[in-house]
Design a protein around this ligand. Structure first.
Ligand code: HEC
Ligand code: HEC
Length: 456
């Protein structure tokens, strides 16, 4: 891909800069080894070059060991960790995957409940995403075993022991997060109220579909797996519109069988104020899978809607959660990431759907998200508007200005923009602008590219 070629070229041009970077890496207490996960999103893991990582056993092992080494810096902490790991696995006959899951879950549990070295920023979110990934694999295996389609037994005792570990309330942890910016938004019902007061539409519960006399979501179509920028499992685009604006939901299924939804983010935009709100299928910062059709209230539990107490977390509750930093990828004029030429259903493109809805506010959108997340404060400076893109993405263009890039927008810098340049943009000739001088100057705002992978 042209963009990674650019990274390699940069490596050649600026060997000095790279070795400086490598030098910084190797002086860190952890090891010269690069952090295995640079950022996360929609349940997927990305390396520093924006490449999506396949969560193989080998990768999961490497990641667990890396975070263990980084976080358990004292003998006392290591001993506490090993003790807990022994406690939850004692007397159980476990597969290597289950053993690894136990260590990962105990590590995220410790990081969530006590002050550990280096647990800041997005580290907790990454640990939780690893735990959620492994939980899903185990639950799929369990389902398959239950229905006799292979997969082998899963040790339910292990899961129940881990779930029984005493958990501190997320709010009690805030005081432990020294140096962390105070949350700029509220959570639960307060967040829903704040969004409503800011003119943002509050969508119906997840899974409540529009029908005569019922306010609900509308199915727009499936995003073909090959056209997705990330994840690559079946995903369905749903929309909701009312007098205040519009929302999208994107239920992503675990696999082709479509028997389980594992990710289901929601993004809403006010058509008047440009304020935008985010919800995700997380509770207590950890994602949860659910059966298709499950009705789940937005923001806070409502037993009349879901008697199991499930809900979609939003606002401050998403900070350091397993779903990642939404606004690291969802940036620009509007909060949506759209492939305009993709056919949602025969003869009907996503671009046409966008044109039929209030997809842009009169102003660049303002996300109502934790203060530690990118806040989408600025658009690309005028002298950075790429000539080949200006017809649409400029102050006069109709498709919205691109964001001002910065190192904090890692997801946009290393996933969204490179993938768009390769697969969807400019719409009449995708790929044609992937490696121009203009584009290189714009992407340089992301900061120096990460060092190239070993041996490449
Ligand atoms: C690593 C980048 C990344 C992160 C982080 C991310 N997303 Fe997305 N999101 C995408 C991409 C890319 C798409 C478009 C579908 C595709 O190409 O895979 C998308 C699409 C969506 C959609 C469908 C509407 C649209 O904009 O296309 C929703 C809803 C959504 N994301 C919600 C969320 C929420 C909520 C979060 C945070 C909990 C989040 N996303 C975090 C990359 C990301
Ligand atoms: C003919 C018009 C047109 C041109 C030219 C064009 N784009 Fe787009 N672009 C679009 C449309 C339409 C969308 C979907 C925007 C929406 O509805 O939110 C889009 C979306 C994007 C997105 C996805 C994120 C998002 O906001 O949905 C990126 C990134 C992007 N364009 C980059 C570029 C770049 C870089 C260029 C120049 C190389 C370019 N585009 C040229 C029309 C254009």
């Amino acid at each position: 891909m042209a963009y990674s070629k650019w990274i390699r070229n940069y490596g050649l041009i600026s060997a000095a800069g790279i070795s400086l970077l490598l030098g910084l890496y190797s002086t860190s207490a952890v090891s010269a080894e690069e952090e295995p996960i640079a950022y996360i999103g929609h349940g997927a893991f990305f390396d520093a070059r924006g490449k999506q990582i396949e969560p193989t056993m080998e990768f999961l092992q490497k990641a667990e060991r890396w975070y263990e080494k980084k976080l358990l810096s004292t003998n006392a902490k290591s001993a506490e960790f090993e003790g807990k790991a022994r406690e939850v696995t004692r007397g159980l006959d476990l597969s290597p995957y289950e053993r690894l899951f136990a260590r990962q879950a105990v590590l995220s549990w410790m990081a969530s409940n006590s002050a550990l070295e280096g647990v800041a920023g997005e580290t907790l979110g990454k640990l939780r995403a690893l735990e959620y990934r492994m939980r899903r694999t185990l639950s799929q295996k369990g389902m398959k075993a239950l229905f006799n389609t292979g997969g082998g037994p899963v040790n339910l005792q292990l899961l129940s022991r881990i779930d029984a570990l005493p958990r501190a309330k997320a709010s009690a942890m805030k005081s432990l997060m020294a140096g962390e910016a105070a949350a700029g938004v509220r959570e639960g019902k307060d967040y829903v109220d704040d969004c409503a007061a800011a003119g943002v539409p509050i969508p119906p519960p997840i899974g409540r579909m529009a029908a005569p006399g019922v306010e609900g979501w509308k199915v727009e179509g499936m995003l073909p797996t090959a056209s997705q920028f990330i994840v690559g499992t079946p995903a369905e685009l749903r929309s909701y519109e009312n007098s205040q604006g519009m929302c999208y939901a994107l239920p992503r299924y675990e696999d082709e069988s479509m028997s389980q939804v594992s990710l289901d983010g929601v993004v809403c935009l006010s058509k008047t104020t440009g304020k935008s709100c985010f919800w995700d299928n997380q509770m207590n910062k950890l994602g949860f899978p659910f059966a298709p059709g499950t009705v789940i209230p937005i923001g806070y539990p409502d037993l009349a809607v879901n008697s199991d107490g499930l809900y979609q977390a939003g606002g401050a509750e998403l900070e350091q959660g397993s779903g990642g930093v939404c606004t690291s990828c969802h940036a620009g004029e509007n909060p949506f990431i759209v492939h305009p030429k993709l056919e949602l259903r025969p003869g009907f493109t996503w671009g046409r759907l966008q044109n039929s809805m209030p997809a842009f506010a009169p102003v660049r959108f303002t996300p109502m998200v934790p203060a530690s997340w990118p806040q989408n404060e600025a658009s690309a400076p005028d002298d950075m508007v790429l000539a080949a893109c200006a017809g649409c993405h400029s102050p006069d263009g109709e498709k919205g200005r691109l964001p001002a890039l910065s190192p904090a927008l890692r997801g946009y810098c290393f996933t969204i923009l490179p993938q768009a340049l390769e697969k969807t943009m400019p719409p009449n000739k995708p790929g044609s602008q992937a490696d121009t001088a203009d584009v290189r100057a714009y992407i340089a705002l992301c900061g120096p590219p990460p060092p190239p992978e070993d041996g490449k």
